[in-house]
Design a binder for this molecule. Structure first.
Ligand code: 26W
Length: 808
C-alpha cells in the first residue's frame, strides 16, 4: 500500500518546496512558510494518488457518486491529510528537526469555513468516509473568497468580520483553468422547427466562466483519493479594451468584478432563506458548471448519455442544488437531442435528495418572476415538470385540491424547491429516524403515499477519526489499549468492547483523569487566546451550535438564571461549581438571535463581577465558534446540551461529537438524540421535556405560556429578570416573544412548557456528578456505544440503499 516516508524524506520534501516553490532562504523560513510547504508536499502526494484513482475508476466503469452541496465546512486539513496519508509522525518529526513546534504549524492554518453549520460539516465528514470506503466520489461546491464570517464580541454584541481564508488555505487548491465551463444567464428563447422537431434556442445571454479549483481528499488506510471540486466565477473578458483605451480604467474591469461577485461570499444564513437574486445566481452557476463537467467526463468515457444514470448518481445536500434536475433535463434535450420522456427517465434515476430541515422558513421557494428573467430555459423546464407532476398527483388523489396545492412544484407565483426534488429524484431521505418519520407523515405525507419506496432514512454520522482519535489523542490511546489495537478506526463499532470495563475502577479513574487533563489543556488555550480563566473544578457544561430560537439557547440561559437566583437566595447552600460554555454564530440579519447572544454576554459579565459566584458559577461565551475550536472543546466537555424543541432538530451532529468524547447529554427526544437514547437507555443520559407528538398536540390545543408563568414562581422570576436584563440592557422583545403573541405565536418553541422538566434534568445531572465512579461509567458507556454515529456507517448506508455502489 502506502510508501513509507521517513522523517528525513519529509524534511527533504519540505525544504525542496521552500526553495523551489517559494524561493526563500533558510533564514527567511517561518511558521507560515512551513505550513504552506507541508501543504504542498501532501498535495503532491494526493495529486499523484488522485490521478491513479481516477484512472482506475475510469477503467473499472463503476458508478460514481457526485455529492453536491453549496457548503463544505472543511475546517483545517494539514493534520487530517498527514494522518490519512500515514505520514503524520514523519511530518511532525521533520517540523521539529527544522526547529519548529508541530502544534504551532497546525495553528497557522485557517479553517476552510465554506459552510454555516451542520449541513456543511456533514458534507465534509462524508467526503472523508466516502474516500476511506474506496467509493469513487467527487464533492462539488463553490470556491467562496470569503467563508463564514469571523465573529468578534464587542460590548457583548456580535460583530462580523470577513473571513479571507484563501491567502493561506489556498495552498490546498489546484486551479484548473483548462477544465473551465461556461454558464449562461438571462437572454431570450427562440423556438425553431428542425427536421420535424421543435428546438429551443437560447440567445443574447450573459456568460460567466466557471474555473475548477480542486482540493484532493485522502482516505484513511487506503490509497484511494477523491476530489472536492470548488468552482470559481470569472468573466470571459478580463478587460473591456475599448473602455481601457479611452482611459476609463475602473469601468473597464466592471464586467469582471460583476462575474466574480457570484463566488465572493458564502451566504451566512442557516435555516432561513434569503430570496436574493445573487443567491439564485450562485445556485445556478454551481449546478450548471457541475452538471456540464460531469456530462463532459461521462461522454469522454462512454460516448453516449443513454447510460448516464447507470454510471452516475448525484446526491443533493438539501434543496440548494435542486436545479440540477432542470439543468440535466436541458442538456439531455437541448444539447443531446433526447425526448422529454427519455430525458426524464435518465434525470430521475440520476438524482437523490437529502432533506435537512422541516422548519417552514427554511424550505426554499423562489419567485417565478426572478427565475423567468434570470434563467428562462430552466424556468420553462421547471414549469413543465410541475405541470406533468400535477397531472399525476390529480389522478392519484382524485383531484383533491388541497393535496394538489400542497404538492405543487409551482404555485402562487413561486417555485417550491423541495417539491421539485421530490418529483425529480429517485430517493428522498431524512437524517435521523424521527426526522424521516416527520417527513413521511407530515411534510411529504402525500408524496410518500404515492411513492412510498422513495422515502428512506439515513441517520447522520461524523468522521470519528477527526472528532475522536485526532482531536482527543489521550482518549484514543486508552481506547487502543483497552480494545486491543486501533481496529476501531476502520470498525467503529469495536468501541463497544469498552463496555467490558464498566466495573474496572482503574479504567474509570483513568478516563476521569483524561477528561481532567483535557479541561486543563482547553483552559490554558482559552486563557492564551482570550485572557479568560475557566474554573477547572467546575462541570464543563457546553452548548455550541448555530444560534437559533428552535435550538433554545434561551432555555439554557433561563436555567442558569434560576440557579443564580437560588444562589443569591441561599448564599451558603451546597453549590457544585459549574462552568457554562456557549459558542454560537447568529445569522447577521437575525435580530432575536443577536439579542440572545447579547443576553448571554450580559449574564456572563454580571456573574463574573459577583463575588458570590466566585469559584461556583461561571458563564463564558466563546467567540467565533468554528470547526477548529470545536476540535479543542469536545475533548474537554462534560455535559452536552441538546435541548431543541422536539420535532425541530433534524438530527444534530454536535451531539455525536460530544458523546464520542465522553460527555453526557442533557436533551430532548429530538433528532438523533432519540437514537442515542435507544443505545444508552434512560440511565446513561438525561432526557427531559415534551415529545414531538406532545408538542404538536399542545399547539393544537392552543398552547398558553401565560399559565406556566402564573403557576411557577421560579419561572416567573426568571422571565422577569430576562425582561429587566443585565448590564443595563433590557430585553423587552424577548420577554414579549415568550409571553404574548404580538410576533405570531407566543413562545413558539415552548420554552416555558419545558422549563421545569429541564431544571430537573440539570439537577439530576449535578447530583450524578458528585458520584465520580458512576459519572465515569456513564461516560464510558457513551463512548462505547457511539460507534453507530460514525460517518462510515452512514455512508455505507447511502452506498447500499440509495447510490447502489460498492464500498469497502
Ligand atoms: C436556504 C437557507 C438555509 C441554509 C441552510 C436553509 C437551511 C439550511 C440547512 C438545511 C441548515 C442545516 O444545517 N441543517 C442541519 O443539518 C444537519 C445535518 O443534517 C442536521 O444535523 C441539523 O439537525 C440540521 O439543523
Amino acid at each position: 500500500m502506502q510508501q513509507i516516508y521517513t522523517i528525513q524524506d519529509m524534511e527533504e520534501a519540505i525544504r525542496g518546496k521552500l526553495r523551489l516553490h517559494y524561493g526563500i532562504s533558510e533564514k527567511e523560513v517561518n511558521e507560515e512558510y512551513i505550513f504552506k510547504a507541508c501543504a504542498l508536499v501532501l498535495r503532491d502526494m494526493m495529486a499523484l494518488r488522485g490521478a491513479e484513482t481516477a484512472e482506475a475508476v475510469q477503467r473499472g466503469h463503476e458508478r460514481q457518486v457526485h455529492y453536491l452541496s453549496l457548503e463544505f465546512l472543511m475546517g483545517r486539513s494539514l493534520m487530517k491529510n498527514a494522518y490519512n496519508l500515514g505520514v503524520l509522525d514523519a511530518m511532525n518529526g521533520a517540523i521539529e528537526k527544522m526547529g519548529f513546534k508541530p502544534a504551532d504549524i497546525f495553528e497557522m492554518e485557517p479553517d476552510a469555513g465554506l459552510g454555516n453549520g451542520g449541513l456543511g460539516r456533514l458534507a465534509a465528514c462524508y467526503l472523508d468516509s466516502m474516500t476511506t470506503l474506496d467509493i469513487p466520489a467527487t464533492g462539488y461546491s463553490l470556491c467562496y473568497d470569503l467563508g463564514i464570517f469571523k465573529q468578534r464580541i464587542v460590548d457583548g454584541q456580535q460583530v462580523e468580520l470577513p473571513d479571507d481564508w484563501k491567502a493561506m488555505g489556498g495552498a490546498w487548491l489546484i486551479r484548473k483553468p483548462e477544465e473551465r465551463e461556461e454558464v449562461h444567464f438571462g437572454g431570450k428563447l427562440r423556438e425553431v422547427w428542425h427536421n420535424g422537431h421543435l428546438h429551443v434556442v437560447h440567445e443574447d445571454y450573459n456568460t460567466v466562466i466557471a474555473i475548477p479549483c480542486d482540493m484532493e481528499i485522502a482516505g484513511y488506510g487506503t490509497d484511494h483519493v477523491n476530489t472536492l471540486r470548488l468552482w470559481e466565477a470569472r468573466s470571459p473578458r478580463t478587460l473591456d479594451m475599448a473602455l481601457f483605451a479611452s482611459g476609463q480604467y475602473v469601468r473597464a474591469t466592471e464586467e469582471q468584478t460583476m462575474a466574480q461577485t457570484i463566488t465572493k461570499i458564502l451566504y451566512p444564513n442557516d435555516e432561513h432563506i434569503e430570496g436574493k437574486s445573487l443567491r439564485l445566481k450562485q445556485q445556478y452557476f454551481f449546478v450548471s458548471a457541475t452538471v456540464q463537467s460531469l456530462v463532459r467526463k461521462h461522454l469522454e468515457n462512454y460516448g453516449t448519455l443513454k447510460n448516464f444514470h447507470e454510471k452516475n448518481i448525484i446526491q443533493i445536500n438539501d434543496t440548494h442544488p435542486a436545479m440540477v434536475i432542470p439543468e440535466l433535463m436541458r442538456i439531455l434535450m437541448d444539447e443531446a437531442g433526447y425526448s422529454w420522456d427519455e430525458s426524464w427517465e435518465i434525470t430521475r434515476n440520476s438524482v437523490a435528495y437529502t432533506n435537512h430541515t422541516v422548519l417552514a422558513e427554511a424550505l426554499e421557494r423562489w419567485p417565478q418572476s426572478l427565475m423567468e428573467r434570470l434563467l428562462p430555459r430552466i424556468w420553462q423546464i421547471i414549469d413543465e415538470i410541475g405541470r406533468r407532476y400535477q397531472k399525476k398527483v390529480e389522478e392519484f388523489f382524485h383531484h383533491n385540491h388541497a393535496i394538489t396545492e400542497k404538492m405543487a412544484v409551482v404555485w402562487g407565483g413561486e417555485v417550491r424547491m423541495a417539491n421539485l426534488c421530490v418529483a425529480g429524484g429517485s430517493a428522498v431521505n431524512g437524517v435521523s429516524g424521527l426526522h424521516t418519520e416527520i417527513l413521511r407523515n407530515d411534510v411529504f405525507r402525500e408524496a410518500c403515499q404515492m411513492e412510498p419506496a422513495k422515502f428512506k432514512n439515513v441517520t447522520n454520522g461524523i468522521d470519528h477519526r477527526r472528532w475522536l482519535s485526532q482531536s482527543n489523542p489521550a482518549l484514543d490511546r486508552l481506547i487502543c489499549e483497552l480494545t486491543g489495537g486501533d481496529g476501531y478506526l476502520l470498525h467503529p463499532t469495536q468501541l463497544q468492547k469498552l463496555d467490558d470495563y464498566a466495573d474496572d475502577a482503574q479504567v474509570l479513574e483513568r478516563l476521569g483523569r483524561i477528561k481532567r487533563q483535557n479541561k486543563e489543556d482547553f483552559t490554558r488555550y482559552l486563557k492564551r487566546i482570550s485572557g479568560v480563566t475557566l474554573n477547572t473544578d467546575g462541570i464543563f457544561d457546553v452548548q455550541v451550535k448555530r444560534l437559533h430560537e428552535y435550538k433554545r439557547q434561551l432555555l439554557n440561559v433561563m436555567q442558569i438564571i434560576a440557579s443564580y437566583q437560588q444562589l443569591h437566595d441561599s448564599p451558603n447552600m451546597d453549590f457544585t461549581p459549574h462552568v457554562y460554555l456557549f459558542g454560537a454564530k447568529a445569522a447577521p440579519g437575525y435580530k432575536v438571535a443577536k439579542d440572545i447572544i447579547r443576553l448571554i454576554n450580559g449574564l456572563a459579565k454580571q456573574i463574573a463581577g459577583d463575588p458570590l459566584c466566585k469559584d461556583k458559577l461561571q458563564v463564558v461565551f466563546l467567540e467565533n465558534y468554528c470547526v477548529s475550536l470545536a476540535e479543542k472543546l469536545m475533548p474537554a466537555s462534560e455535559v452536552s446540551q441538546q435541548i431543541s424543541t422536539a420535532g425541530k432538530e433534524a438530527s444534530g451532529t454536535g451531539n455525536m461529537k460530544f458523546m464520542m468524547n465522553g460527555a453526557l447529554t442533557i436533551g430532548t427526544l429530538d433528532g438523533a438524540n432519540v437514537e442515542m437514547h435507544d443505545v444508552l437507555g434512560d440511565d446513561n443520559m438525561f432526557l427531559f421535556g415534551l415529545h414531538a407528538d406532545e408538542v404538536e398536540e399542545m399547539k393544537r390545543g392552543g398552547y398558553d405560556p401565560q399559565g406556566f408563568y402564573q403557576r411557577d414562581g421560579i419561572l416567573r422570576a426568571v422571565v422577569d429578570q430576562i425582561r429587566d436584563g443585565f448590564d443595563g440592557v433590557r430585553n423587552d422583545e424577548l420577554y414579549e416573544r415568550l409571553l404574548f403573541n404580538h410576533y405570531g405565536v407566543a413562545d413558539d418553541y415552548m420554552l416555558l412548557a419545558d422549563f421545569a422538566a429541564y431544571c430537573d434534568a440539570e439537577r439530576r445531572m449535578v447530583e450524578t456528578y458528585h458520584d465520580s465512579v458512576r459519572w465515569n461509567r456513564m461516560s464510558l458507556h457513551n463512548i462505547a456505544r457511539s460507534g453507530i454515529f460514525a460517518a462510515d456507517r452512514s455512508v455505507a448506508e447511502y452506498a447500499d440503499n440509495i447510490w447502489h455502489v460498492n464500498h469497502k
